[in-house]
Design a protein around this ligand. Sequence first.
Ligand SMILES: Cc1cc2nc3c(=O)[nH]c(=O)nc-3n(C[C@H](O)[C@H](O)[C@H](O)COP(=O)(O)OP(=O)(O)OC[C@H]3O[C@@H](n4cnc5c(N)ncnc54)[C@H](O)[C@@H]3O)c2cc1C
Length: 467
Amino acid sequence: MLESKQVVVIGGGISGLACAYRLRQRGADVTLLEAGSHPGGLIGTFEKDGFLFESGPQSFQGTETLLQTIRELGIETELCKADPKAPRFVLRQGKLWNVPMSPQAILSSSLLGLASRWKIVSEPFRRTRPPSEEESVAKFVRRKFGHEILEYLVSPFVSGVYAGDPEKLSLRAAFPTLEEWEREYGSVLRGAMKSRAARPRDKRPAGPPPLCTFRGGNSTLARAIAAKLGDRLLLTSAVDAVRPCSSASPGVARIQFTREGRPDTLVARAVVIATPATTAARLVGVLAPSLAPKLAGIPYAPVCVVGLGYHAKQFGRVIDGFGVLIPRAEKIRTLGIVWNSSLFPGRAGEGRVAVTGIIGGATDPGIIDESEDTIASIVRLDCESVLDVAGAPIVSCVWKHPKALPQYNLGHSHVVKAIRDGERAVPGLFFAGNYLSGPSIGKCVEEAFATADATAAYLDGGSAGRP
Ligand SMILES: Cc1cc2nc3c(=O)[nH]c(=O)nc-3n(C[C@H](O)[C@H](O)[C@H](O)COP(=O)(O)OP(=O)(O)OC[C@H]3O[C@@H](n4cnc5c(N)ncnc54)[C@H](O)[C@@H]3O)c2cc1C
């Protein structure tokens, strides 16, 4: 006799964990199947010789939804928030420049030439309309602000979020509000001001959400959700196939998986696939064959993460701030260096400094084929030149992510629409994951909660798919 569950969630990264957690809150009988031996997927915290490194996301934005979830989980006392006033840097001609974060700072900063600064402050008065065809991020920024702003502000930021190529990234898919603001107000800065003014005075945020982590690293979040799920989370349980049930047996799908080497099967009325899109493509091959090629076609960029630990005295400059983004025009292979021990306590110990270099992305996919030693020495040499650090690090760790981040390239919104249509066409089938509404942890959790709510409503007799 097959064990029948109401919902099976496949994939125990933050998307699957958040979805299963919310489904349990909604009273569903849920089982989460995760292929790996730890919960959290790309989220991973590692300790080495007194240094604390993150193998994936280095921090997350404390959005309202995330902070509320953290409170519910009872881990708010573990939360660390970075100083919002800490400077962020960008490299230009070998020098570190403060990234200007306000219109006044833009006007007075000499990171950008006068013409570029004028383009930013005068943008609200130059009304434009989005072109009829979908536009890349690079094309949009060149059209509205010019090449220098693309090169030294927007492209490094795009590397930081998507590890993407701005020439290929779709503005509509990656930064939809910018397109909306241009359509509605003729100006993105005017749109930003209007949307802020539209909120009640007491609901207006003073700035962007704070950057956060936990005393014990980002894995704290994954572990806390896993603890709430208890024995509903099955680790080392890789799903091999999701098939429609025969008409004689109840449920929408039979989920075949291998747990610690042994084959097993569950039957469920609803299935949430929260794996990377490439795996989702394989899993829905029988249940939703027309969706499989669309999911398989979402490109992913590889990223390598290099954690380096030093003595503070090895640095020729003070390491104080968020870190530095490195524009491609600087001809340095590392995309950016996060200054972990300056941002958060407990990362390195007294008199020591922990930094993390991020390298690869859509514009440098070949990095993933290099050996770990080569990757470590490229990032180490880049740190030496950018941060003026001398001598070998005390500690060096490398993590390779061959499929790190989905690319929201031109055409991506059509793929997401096809996935939403697919959900409605196969009642009981749902998707969650970082390829749907944004790759950040905050977006993954919001997306997962919305999927959980739609799944719970479906189980209660509501309609299929996301509203
Ligand atoms: C290097 C790097 C830096 C980043 N930096 C930041 C940052 O600073 N801030 C931020 O907010 N975000 C950051 N991100 C993005 C964010 O970490 C990810 O988008 C997010 O963690 C993805 O979560 P997910 O659950 O959607 O996917 P994943 O974490 O990929 O989880 C998918 C899970 O599915 C499991 N799985 C796969 N196949 C199967 C199967 N057949 N059966 C069962 N399970 C399966 C996998 O083992 C995995 O656990 C970064 C990402 C990377 C790679």
